[in-house]
Design a protein around this ligand. Sequence first.
Ligand code: T4K
Length: 381
Amino acid sequence: MIMNKIKIIPFEKPIYITRPLLPDKEEVYRKIDEIWNSKWLTNLGYQHQEFEIALKECLGVPNISLFCNGTLALQLACQALRLSGEVITTPFTFAATPHVLYWNRITPVFSDIDPYTFNLDPDRIEGMITPNTTAILPVHVFGYPCNIDRIQEIADRYGLRVIYDAAHSFGVEVNGEKIGNFGDIAMFSFHATKIYHTIEGGALTFRNSTLIERLSFAKNFGFKDEENIVVPGINAKMNELQAAIGLLMLKVVNKEIEKRKMLTSIYRKRLKSIKGIEFRDDMPKVKHNYYNFVVTINEEKFGMSRDDLYKRLKGYNIYTRKYFYPLCSQFQCYRHYPSSSPKNLPVAEKISKKVLSFPLYGDLQIEDIHKICNIVQEATI
Ligand code: T4K
């Protein structure tokens, strides 16, 4: 049967992959007044103190340390745990994950991923351990949790540390346990593109309270007090405006997650009947945060490659993203590592060539999603 194509008009304004959630502007002005009146702008002021308490409660963790961004938080997490040598990590992540290892003079060792979660495959980790391995750095990619029990079991068996890159995972729970409670340390990013943000910002959460002091020295030039500088620390502090935004964002983030959940269900309903487009459902016993809506394109079944669909959507002013392509193991600075060989990473290589993230944010209109799905559907006809 020959179907007539209905002419779909491109979006007038660009539809981006995400738009930041914003707190109430009047409340922001009030916070600015508070900060101006206090004349305290940074260096662990009142907003910072209040935010630390509120965020600790919200994330349900025993200890927390705030940072100016997630990358520096992760970098200092590696230092606080005295990591060295080699650390096993995933190639299917944002550049920051292996880069923080490099900045710590640690060699990132890439291990393959699981085809469903896109996270480190526990069955592959053991084969990558050498006498130089000090830790595993898994990422809960797109907020889908790693196989936490298996990873911890491997780490315990080999005496390794575990740092979770939980940059995408604000609000995620596994078996009723908040995601920041797993591993030795978990890192959250509060960048503007994240579901919950402080414009730029980050946090580390951890059970071992002795890390509090180490991290506070590390992020504040090593100052113990005015006259004692105990380590060669750096400046990675969160400022008062970031902390104030963080406090206000706590009031609106749950509603954002609810909206994204609803929008995700529309994508799922619309795309499930399209051959060659695959996506993940919610995982059992997981509270998701609906950070992204990610599909994989099976070119043979769909009749068009991922790259052509990306271009086609761009033609309609829709900006999907190939998160995460290229793999970190293919970056010029890492591709010479033995673990970067595509033979070592067959699943990650395959997924990165098929994956496409669709626009998803609370202000995205239901009719926009229908229009995006109509364009995708039309591509198959
Ligand atoms: N680990 C992982 C696994 C991560 O994903 C990240 C960050 C980190 C560590 C490091 O955490 P941070 O140090 O960043 O706290 C973005 C973000 O810049 C980056 O934070 C994030 N991951 C990554 C996944 O995405 P880009 O280069 O894709 O962002 P960009 O500028 O292209 O923005 C995407 C879209 O968002 C734009 O097309 C429009 C929209 N947007 C963006 C910004 C910045 C806005 O509407 N308003 C904005 O202010 O990296």
